[in-house]
Design a protein around this ligand. Structure first.
Ligand code: SF4
Length: 222
């Protein structure tokens, strides 16, 4: 996109500080069902689901965990089976060898250092094997202990298209969003962008003509 066109688009929609609230309000109306798509009943299941969701779809994770969570109920259950058995049980989620190793490592740390409970602080969550900042943010937010903003592929793409961040690195994008998004909206904001990204602002072909944000978006093709 030519530089002058980008400049003109930014001028047309106004500063991001003035746009953030209407963007959130409109997306909340558009996607009232925007919540996490993973199915879980407790904190251990939440942690396992999010760890398994790397590089695969939520639908696949839910299909696998339906039977997985009947067999593995507590952290000790993940440690009581040979690694190969756990690998077999999570195989459809992909990169299953690494995921199985990380799951056993994380469960061991929960048992040894956290009395079998999932911690809520980001610093403690990211110490668990296989748990990066994104996973930690999702787990903390779902437990009502939001400390950051989840940045996945949809949040990254939409933040850039909406002119909320020019960064590529998820950590830097999160930093930009933390400065911009009201604290009270940190938990729901990524869900809104994720669902909008799936339904309207699709990676290859954004449906700008049908988008409720097209007068607030510098990337609108309308
Ligand atoms: S106007 Fe287009 S590019 Fe902007 S958020 Fe909507 S669909 Fe995405």
């Amino acid at each position: 996109m030519a530089r002058s066109y980008v400049h003109e688009a930014r001028r047309r929609v106004g500063p991001k500080r003035a746009r953030i609230r209407p963007v959130i309000e409109r997306l909340a109306l558009e996607h009232p069902d925007a919540v996490i798509a993973l199915r879980f009943l407790d904190d251990i299941e939440l942690l396992v689901s999010v760890m398994l969701s790397a590089q695969t779809t939520d639908v696949t994770v839910n299909r696998v965990t339906e039977s997985l969570f009947r067999k593995y109920r507590r952290p000790e259950d993940y440690l009581a089976v040979p690694l190969e058995e756990l690998e077999r049980d999570i195989r459809p989620t992909g990169t299953f060898r690494q995921k199985a190793r990380n799951l056993q490592g994380a469960m061991r740390m929960l048992v040894e250092e956290h009395d079998g409970e999932v911690p809520t602080r980001l610093e403690e969550l990211v110490r668990l094997p296989g748990v990066g900042r994104k996973t930690a943010n999702v787990v903390a937010a779902e437990r009502g202990a939001t400390q950051g903003i989840v940045v996945d592929t949809h949040v990254r793409r939409l933040s850039q298209r909406l002119g909320f961040s020019r960064q590529e690195d998820p950590v830097k994008i999160e930093r930009d969003l933390r400065r911009l998004v009201p604290r009270a909206d940190w938990a729901r904001f990524p869900h809104l962008l994720i669902w909008h990204g799936r339904r309207v602002c699709i990676a290859r072909a954004p449906r700008c003509a049908d988008c409720v944000l097209n007068d607030l978006c510098p990337s609108s093709r309308v």
